[in-house]
Design a protein around this ligand. Structure first.
Ligand SMILES: Nc1nc2c(c(=O)[nH]1)N[C@@H](CN(C=O)c1ccc(C(=O)N[C@@H](CCC(=O)O)C(=O)O)cc1)CN2
Length: 282
């Protein structure tokens, strides 16, 4: 199966042009989603299709390129039989990492984990099964971040990483690194953004006395906790909760929000729209 994502200035006939092109190329559309953003005049579309004759893929790609040029469209085409190479990053809290690895092991997340990176030694993860995925301890201090990030960048390039997931990685990536990874790095923030940014959102939530806590998965940008949001969810809490019970209740929300965001990204269901996203959920 292939997934085509495109965005361009809206006009009549975009859907029919693509569906006609795919039909003539022997493509069978399995799922199609589109959205017209009236304010901006932008059009967004995702088409999942199979090719009845795989040998036509090259011709199809050149025809799609021509059409995108005529439409001045931004587009991507992913062969879903080629799982994306994913680098997972973690600090002390491993619940999101373990959850992603479990969903990968049972086939829910179609990805190819290529490395697990932590700023803490392997022992900090205890007896967690990493299924033979190479583990890299990249220690960092405020003064060694450039060197550490140079090693991280080497690893991302040498493993052919296509998606980096910050699964409770608690170090701020530099402007250079987050810009280099634009649209290819997803972070799980343990609050319902824009509320309670920073490193201790559950303490902030407890002090504020909120009745709902949440989690937010977003693409990483140089602006801390400001990246385009992919997915969010909440959990009801009450006056009797402490920071500890919020951290416990928060773990479940973080796990499901990050897993959904990673799945949507891997399935080509997220299209960047400036500082926001268009998401076609499954
Ligand atoms: N460029 C970005 N890098 C990271 C982002 C981001 O949005 N843009 N998100 C963080 C994750 N995060 C919240 O979700 C977060 C992590 C860490 C901190 C923080 O203040 N860290 C301190 C050090 C904390 C420590 O050593 O324990 C720091 O880096 O000085 C705030 C928010 C991941 N990276």
């Amino acid at each position: 199966m292939f997934v085509l994502c495109m965005t361009c200035n809206t006009r009549m006939g975009i859907v029919s042009r693509y569906s006609d092109l795919l039909f003539k190329a022997g493509g069978n559309i399995l799922e199609i989603n589109q959205y017209n953003e009236t304010d901006s005049g932008l059009f967004f579309m995702r088409i999942a299709f199979v090719l009845t004759d795989e040998s036509k893929q090259e011709t199809l790609t050149s025809e799609l390129t021509e059409l995108a040029t005529r439409l001045e469209a931004r587009w991507t085409l992913h062969d879903q039989t080629q799982p994306q190479r994913v680098l997972l990053m973690v600090s002390k809290f491993d619940h999101c990492l373990i959850d992603l690895l479990y969903r990968w092991r049972i086939g829910e997340l179609k990805m190819q984990p290529v490395a697990i990176v932590s700023n803490h030694p392997r022992e900090s993860l205890g007896a967690v099964d990493l299924y033979g995925i190479p583990f890299h301890h990249l220690r960092v201090t405020p003064t060694t971040k450039p060197q550490q990030e140079a090693r991280l960048l080497d690893l991302i390039q040498s493993t052919g990483t296509q998606l980096t997931v910050l699964a409770r990685y608690m170090q701020v990536l530099s402007d250079e690194m987050s810009t280099h990874l634009q649209g290819q790095c997803i972070n799980i923030h343990h609050s319902f953004l824009p509320g309670f940014k920073g490193a201790r959102p559950y303490l902030q939530a407890w002090k504020r006395g909120v009745k709902l806590i949440g989690a937010t998965a977003h693409y990483v940008t140089p602006d801390l906790d400001e990246g385009p949001i992919i997915e969010q969810d909440v959990e009801r809490i009450n006056h009797a909760d402490t920071e500890e019970t919020l951290i416990r209740k928060g773990r479940d929300v973080e796990r499901r929000v990050l897993a959904r965001a990673v799945r949507y990204h891997l399935q080509g269901r997220v299209i960047l729209n400036g500082a926001r996203t268009v998401v076609f959920p499954d």
